[in-house]
Every structure is written in structure tokens, then in C-alpha cells.
Design a protein around this ligand. Structure first.
Ligand SMILES: Cc1cc2nc3c(=O)[nH]c(=O)nc-3n(C[C@H](O)[C@H](O)[C@H](O)COP(=O)(O)O)c2cc1C
Length: 374
């Protein structure tokens, strides 16, 4: 290995006591490839097994905690006990490389797939800001329903424990239900779940409390709890801004979490209307100020990219689409073969990548980050 990368290979121990052998995390990525009954498919097992051998921590794609919280087609489910064997199959695949594995839990809110009884914090109109921000019309959740969704996050956490996962990540990012509650642009409620900052935070904090209670009650060994957020709703005039995220971070710091996870798209992005040179990443790190470990994902391609973020103070570096294209990214860096890391998805090598069909179809329909080459 090129010694300058040794920092990426330092171990890291979470507050719960679980240790990562290095600082590279497999970012949560949906594979659109469950069986039609929403159980984990054999292709998904192969996809994970191929990518989990080098990384220090695995975070699975999201699973919905209630039937109407499904955000993607063929997204594996975790909303009742019948799915526990399927979750166990995923946990075994995700842990097969020796790294701890975390189940990402969420509810899609107004970004649920069409055809469900779509619900959110308020009655929201369908809104298509861009191809990545498609939403459906929702009805407003009743108070009792909110309480039941909070319990559903706890129930799926219990299933994660029973299935053998080492933790859960609460997905509070990407404009899904938790962010619908937190965002002043979608939260139009006037009861205790809306209005003031304290009220808009009530739902995410209640989920954290419920999940912690379940961990306390059911986990027989250390279990990681993380929380993912998006720093801003840049495309919305009245959307969340970094000043709101500062409030969120301040509250999350009080929660004794194992980590907070910033979903950044790109590490070089600066806040909306920023007058200053600092990026989202630098400002988030400043605000967290070492009080809670920060993880971030956003267009890390080379080990130099990863190193640069660590030099800014980021302890945990998550890698997403690059790991789809380079399943053995970590092994390549560890063996001094980083020059072989590609930022292109070569169609001629597709059969060597174990990309499930549903994911491949999605990549082709919306290549985005994926630079598709011959
Ligand atoms: C195919 C695909 C599926 C994704 N699914 C999820 C998901 O289930 N949950 C989530 O929080 N983020 C999801 N993301 C976002 C990634 O976790 C990550 O934040 C984003 O891709 C930026 O990191 P990257 O540039 O390293 O890919 C997904 C990204 C991709 C490319």
C-alpha cells in the first residue's frame, strides 16, 4: 500500500463499542431488486457479498417500516415479522466480509411509490422539482398514525436485532417522511408536530427515543445507532438551510448516537447563497465539533478524495456509486493498485460486477453519477 493512505486504514471504535477495521463505509444504496414479495433476492445477496470484503462498515439500502412507506420499486421490506428471515439473509450477506452491518430504516412519506396510501406530515401536492425529486400527493397523518409510525421504526429495529445486524441507521435525509416533518416547506401542521422548531423536531427525536428503547430492551450485544440527514433543500425557496441543519446537529449531539451521517452529493458543495469559502462538509464538521463522529458521502472516487476529507477532520468516509463500479475499491487501495479504480461503468465488464438487474435498469434510465462506457 502507498503509505500516504495508511490513515484510511486506521481502526475506529464507536461509542457502543463496535470497531471498524478501517474508515471506509459502504454507503446505503437501494438495489431495486428484491423479489416481488419484497424479500431479499439471491441477486442482492451476490451484490452485497461482492462489495463487503474490504470496507470497515456496511450500511444497507433503505427498508420501509410500514407498507405505505416504500420509496422504490422492489425495495426489500422490513415492516413485519414475516420479513425477519429475509432481513437475516441480508445481514448474513452484508456481514460476510467480516465488517459490521447496519440496516437503514425509513418511511418514504411524499416520495412513496405511486399506488400506495401515501401519507406525510401534511396534505401535500405532487411536486416534480427535477427527475430525482418526484413526489406524490399525500394525506395528512392523524396523531395516532404518527405514534404508530414511530413504533414501526422501533419494531423494525427489533427485527434488525433479531436478524443479526450490528445497528440501524435512521434515514432522515433526501426529503422522505422524517425530513417532511423537519422541513418548514412541507410541515404545515399547527398541532404539537408542526410550527416551531421544537415541534418540527419532535418526530425525529421521538423515533430516536423509540429506537433507543428497543435497543436497550432487545439487544444482547453492542448495537450501533446512526442518523442520516441532508444539509439543505437547495431547490426549494422555503426549504431547509444549513442554519436549520445546525439546530438539528445540536439536537442530535445530545442523543448519544454512534454517528451522524451527512448525505452531501459532493464534498465540494457550499451552502445556498454562501458568501464564504467553506463547504457543507467543513461547516458540518465545525458545528459537530467532535461531539459526535461524523460520516459523510459525496462523490468520493479516488483514495486521494477520501484522504482529503479525512484531512479536513472527517472520521468516517462513505462510498456509494464508486463501490458499485469498483466492488473491491478498498482491496485495490490496500494493495497499491489504486490506479485500477475506475470512474466509468464498463458495459463489457458488467458480468464481473454482480449488479442486480433492477439496479442496472435504473442506472441506465438515469445514469447520473454513472459514467457508462463500452
Ligand atoms: C443506486 C443508488 C441508491 C441509493 N440508495 C440510497 C438509500 O437507500 N439510502 C440513502 O440514504 N441513500 C441512498 N443513495 C445515496 C448514497 O448513499 C450516497 O449518499 C450518494 O450516492 C452520494 O455518494 P456517492 O457519490 O459516493 O455515490 C443511493 C445512491 C445510489 C447511487
Amino acid at each position: 500500500m502507498n503509505q500516504k493512505y495508511s490513515r484510511l486504514f486506521e481502526s475506529f471504535t464507536f461509542r457502543s463499542g463496535i470497531t471498524m477495521k478501517n474508515r471506509i463505509v459502504m454507503a446505503p444504496m437501494t438495489t431495486y431488486s428484491s423479489n416481488d414479495d419484497l424479500t431479499i433476492s439471491d441477486d442482492e445477496v451476490k451484490y452485497y457479498k461482492h462489495r463487503v470484503n474490504g470496507v470497515g462498515l456496511v450500511i444497507t439500502g433503505c427498508t420501509h417500516v410500514t407498507p405505505n412507506g416504500q420509496g422504490f420499486t422492489n425495495e426489500f421490506a422490513g415492516y413485519n415479522d414475516e420479513f425477519t428471515p429475509s432481513l437475516r439473509k441480508l445481514a448474513e450477506a452484508a456481514k460476510s466480509g467480516g465488517a459490521p452491518a447496519i440496516l437503514q430504516i425509513f418511511h418514504a412519506g411524499n416520495k412513496a411509490i405511486p399506488g400506495l396510501d401515501a401519507v406525510s406530515v401534511s396534505a401535500l401536492k405532487a411536486e416534480n422539482v427535477n427527475p430525482f425529486e418526484i413526489s406524490v400527493e399525500t394525506r395528512e397523518l392523524a396523531h395516532e398514525e404518527i405514534l404508530s409510525i414511530i413504533r414501526a421504526f422501533g419494531d423494525t429495529t427489533r427485527r434488525a436485532i433479531e436478524a443479526g445486524f450490528d445497528g440501524v441507521e435512521i434515514h432522515g435525509a433526501h426529503g422522505f417522511l422524517i425530513q417532511n416533518f423537519w422541513s418548514p416547506s412541507t410541515n404545515q401542521r399547527t398541532d404539537q408536530w408542526g410550527g416551531s422548531l421544537e415541534n418540527r423536531l419532535r418526530f425525529p427525536l421521538a423515533i430516536i427515543e423509540e429506537v433507543k428503547n428497543v435497543i436497550e430492551k432487545h439487544a444482547t450485544k453492542p448495537f450501533i445507532l446512526g442518523y442520516r440527514f441532508s444539509p439543505e433543500e437547495s431547490s426549494k425557496v422555503d426549504g431547509l438551510r444549513l442554519k436549520d441543519t445546525y439546530e438539528l446537529i445540536d439536537n442530535l449531539v445530545e442523543q448519544d448516537l454512534d454517528y451522524i451521517h451527512a448525505s452531501l452529493f459532493d464534498m465540494s458543495i457550499k451552502p445556498v447563497n454562501s458568501q464564504d469559502e467553506k463547504t457543507w462538509l467543513e461547516l458540518i464538521l465545525e458545528r459537530a465539533n467532535g461531539k459526535v463522529p461524523v460520516m459523510a458521502a459525496g462523490s468520493i472516487i479516488t483514495p486521494d478524495d477520501a484522504l482529503k476529507t479525512m484531512e479536513l477532520g472527517l472520521p468516517l468516509v462513505a462510498i456509494g456509486h464508486t463501490l458499485i463500479m469498483n466492488p473491491d475499491w478498498v482491496e485495490k487501495v490496500a494493495n497499491g493498485r489504486e490506479a485500477e479504480i475506475t470512474s466509468e461503468l464498463n458495459v463489457s465488464k458488467l458480468d464481473q460486477l454482480n449488479i442486480p438487474e433492477g439496479l442496472w435498469n435504473t442506472i441506465q434510465a438515469s445514469p447520473g453519477w454513472f459514467n457508462i462506457g463500452k
